[in-house]
Design a protein around this ligand. Structure first.
Ligand SMILES: [Zn+2]
Length: 223
């Protein structure tokens, strides 16, 4: 059976804590069931995405531990920063401090380099382990490598291309990559991870392909 990790994000306007709770509920119940009906083993990451923060975020953070206790949940995410406001940083820090679960961290399209540097500083300050810093592209790979965390490469129109992912993985032999499709309501390609795996294998990097596209994610989320 195919294993998939789906993450909390901002599929609609997250105007109240109830909307976020309903989003979490849909992920741990609806999406897991929908996957099972279609031969896909769905695992879930939950968290408050920086674009989902509203003035009831404290209530959401109080509810989060109960949702996270659901057996389908294997990660906290997406969490992260979008514009580095004070409240974003507080919400990010609170979620990084949740024990046990690996974290998937969103980086924004705008000012990616500057925001990434701020994210790494906070991750280091909290001492968070088992972290994937996601949506890294050729313009930010040098900064992400310094963090020493897992590096997420999102292969999706508007983020990294297959060629860019292949280039980063071949160029950084010691990095721990997690290739993902970010399959969502944005333009997406459900085969993008398979395309990277195939392209790397054809170029003679089957071992790195297996690690970046399959094994690293399994080691981190399905332990
Ligand atoms: Zn994201």
């Amino acid at each position: 059976m195919t294993d998939v990790l789906t993450l909390a994000h901002d599929p609609m306007r997250m105007s109240t804590s109830d909307v976020l709770a309903d989003h979490f509920h849909k992920l741990v119940n609806g999406e897991v069931r929908r996957g099972a009906e279609n031969g896909v083993n769905v695992h879930v990451g939950l968290g408050v995405h920086p674009r989902s923060i509203n003035d009831q975020v404290d209530t959401t953070l109080e509810l989060l531990p109960d949702f996270v206790a659901h057996p389908a949940v294997v990660a906290i995410g997406e969490i992260g920063l979008e514009t580095c406001t004070t409240v974003e940083e507080q919400v990010f820090r609170t979620q990084l401090e949740i024990d046990y679960y690996p974290k998937v961290i969103h980086t924004p399209r705008r000012a990616k380099r500057e925001v990434l540097e701020r994210i790494i500083a906070i991750v280091d300050d909290v001492g968070a382990k088992d972290v994937v810093i996601d949506h890294i592209d050729p313009s930010t790979i040098d900064v992400a490598l310094e963090a020493g965390t897992y590096i997420g490469i999102t292969v999706q129109p508007g983020k990294a291309s297959v060629r860019e992912a292949v280039g980063m993985i071949i160029g950084c032999p010691d990095a721990k990559f997690v290739v993902n499709s970010d399959l969502s309501s944005q333009r997406s390609d459900c085969l993008s991870v398979a395309r990277v795996l195939r392209a790397l294998t054809v170029e003679g990097y089957a071992d790195r392909a297996q690690k970046a596209c399959v094994q690293n994610g399994r080691d981190l989320f399905l332990r």
